[in-house]
Design a protein around this ligand. Structure first.
Ligand SMILES: Nc1ncnc2c1ncn2[C@@H]1O[C@H](COP(=O)(O)OP(=O)(O)O)[C@@H](O)[C@H]1O
Ligand SMILES: [Mg+2]
Length: 467
């Protein structure tokens, strides 16, 4: 069942229930109030009669004309009265009761002997019910008379009947109008949901550039649309990234394959000297190494993405790590005539994984050496400001233009200058560095100008920051 129908039905049922209970209570209260008003007026009339009788000293009454002249209020047509003797027989009664007998009930008589007044209802066939009050008149503990005043409940019955008809007409009308209103409102409230559904269908059909038009209101629907747009935006970005990544990866793997195939083809075209085969095989080995490295790094990154790479969390003394890498880099630098020096090295202890931090620093130093000019100098320094450790690698090489400062951390991104400078490199090293830094809750800062050299600074929180 559509939500709109369900909402309207729920709402209608609840409203009908409320209206029914409300009108039942209203009807009962009105009936009660009307009867109370009748009772009160009966009691007042009876009391007036009693007081007048008392004022006359309880002299026996002779006839009704005398009584009526005595008590003009008893002549009101809507009431009749009777006066009974203690034996229960009627001594006097008003003329407007002549049609039929209204005898004193047993209960009324008993109550009168007890000196109490009583209200009663009486019902005769084909007539509206009667309401009666019987009041005893006592004199020195003896029952003299019983005054009974009665009235027809006809007008009360009619009023209640009219009220009932009014309710029976008004409730269905009110219910219909509110149901129509509810149907309309539910439709209006749900219209944006329909729109979202349609847009979602278009998006599901593959168009991730689609966005939902946002309702102006900051209500539930507005938030839903915003969340939805946000989600689509992120999906869009990650799909693009994956596509880009796949094409980059294929491209990066294809280049060495093309080189290998070209060289092999060429050398196999005719018999060659042993030296030629050897040099092609060496070149192929180099390309194979390169591909192996790309595949290894890709594998690492994809395992890192899936959260499968384990990280230690132990105190790591960075200064000894820096010294180790410095030693290693000095050896590597000798081939290319690049000098690796240590700047200021302060003691720094961070919480983390020693092997990963080594990899991080080695990546940065390798980059610095790789993108330096022959005869260049690379400096490693380690500072401690009490809160953070700052590990910097500075070179005076090719540098990076500032628009690329962010992009160099993307997978496979290599600047054109870098590609021109060296064939070596996968474009994955800095992505791995960024990942390792992230896991150590640190950040990497880049300061670099094209042609001037670069400084990469890894900022890591200390294991025990100074208070
Ligand atoms: N020290 C540096 N000097 C100049 N460019 C750098 C330096 N380090 C990184 N880059 C730039 O960032 C890119 C990405 O670096 P990286 O991810 O380590 O890949 P790779 O070292 O395989 O080229 C490099 O291709 C280069 O363009
Ligand atoms: Mg690198």
């Amino acid at each position: 069942m559509p939500l709109r129908v369900r909402l309207t039905l729920w709402y209608g049922t609840a409203l009908a229930l409320v209206l029914m209970i409300f009108s039942m209570v209203l009807y009962a209260m009105t009936a009660r109030n009307l009867r109370d008003a009748v009772d009160q007026s009966l009691e007042e009339t009876a009391m007036t009669a009693v007081r007048s009788l008392e004022a006359r000293g309880f002299l026996p009454l002779i006839n009704e004309e005398e009584l009526l002249s005595q008590f003009p209020e008893l002549t009101r047509i809507d009431k009749f009265f009777q006066i009974f003797s203690p034996s229960g027989t009627i001594s006097i009664r008003s003329p407007n009761i002549k049609q039929h007998e209204v005898p004193l009930s047993r209960t009324a008589l008993d109550t009168a002997f007890a000196g109490q007044s009583i209200f009663e209802s009486a019902k005769y066939p084909n007539e509206p019910p009667l309401r009666l009050i019987s009041v005893p008149i006592m004199y020195r503990g003896n029952l003299l008379y019983i005054v009974q005043v009665g009235t027809s409940m006809e007008s009360v019955g009619e009023t209640l009947h009219r009220f009932l008809i009014l309710l029976m007409v008004a409730i269905p009308i009110a219910l219909t109008v509110s149901l129509a209103g509810g149907w309309f409102l539910a439709g209006r409230a749900l219209r944006p949901v329909d729109k979202i559904t349609l847009a979602a269908q278009r998006i599901a059909a593959g168009d991730l550039s689609q966005r939902l038009s946002m309702p102006a209101a900051h209500d539930e629907i507005g938030r839903l649309a915003a969340t939805f747009n946000n989600m689509i935006g992120r999906l869009d970005v990650s799909f693009r990234q994956i596509r880009q990544f796949t094409s980059d990866a294929s491209h990066e793997l294809r280049t060495p394959l093309t080189v290998m195939k070209g060289e092999t083809d060429l050398v196999l075209r005719r018999p060659r000297a042993l030296e030629d085969y050897k040099s092609v095989l060496e070149s192929n080995l180099e390309e194979t190494d390169r591909m192996t490295r790309i595949v290894d790094e890709l594998l690492f990154l994809s395992r890192a993405d899936m959260g499968e790479v384990k990280m230690e969390s132990l105190p790591v003394a960075m200064e000894s790590l820096v010294e180790d890498i410095h030693r290693q880099a000095t050896l590597l630098g000798q081939d290319r005539n690049i000098e690796v020096v240590l700047g200021t090295v302060m003691p720094v202890v961070v919480q983390g994984d020693d092997l990963r931090l080594r990899e991080l620093l080695l990546n940065l130093v390798e980059n610095a050496m790789k993108y330096s000019h022959p005869g260049g100098k690379v400096e490693i320094s380690l500072l401690n400001d009490g809160r953070e450790g700052r590990l910097s690698v500075t070179d005076h090489g090719i540098g990076i233009a500032s628009p690329d400062h962010k992009r160099i951390f993307h997978r496979f991104f290599r600047t054109d200058v870098a590609r021109a400078h060296t064939k070596k490199g996968t474009g994955l090293g800095l992505a791995i560095c960024a990942w390792i830094t992230d896991l150590h809750k640190g950040r990497i800062e880049v300061k670099s100008d094209l042609g001037q050299g670069s400084t990469f600074t890894v900022v890591l929180p200390l294991a025990h920051p100074a208070a």
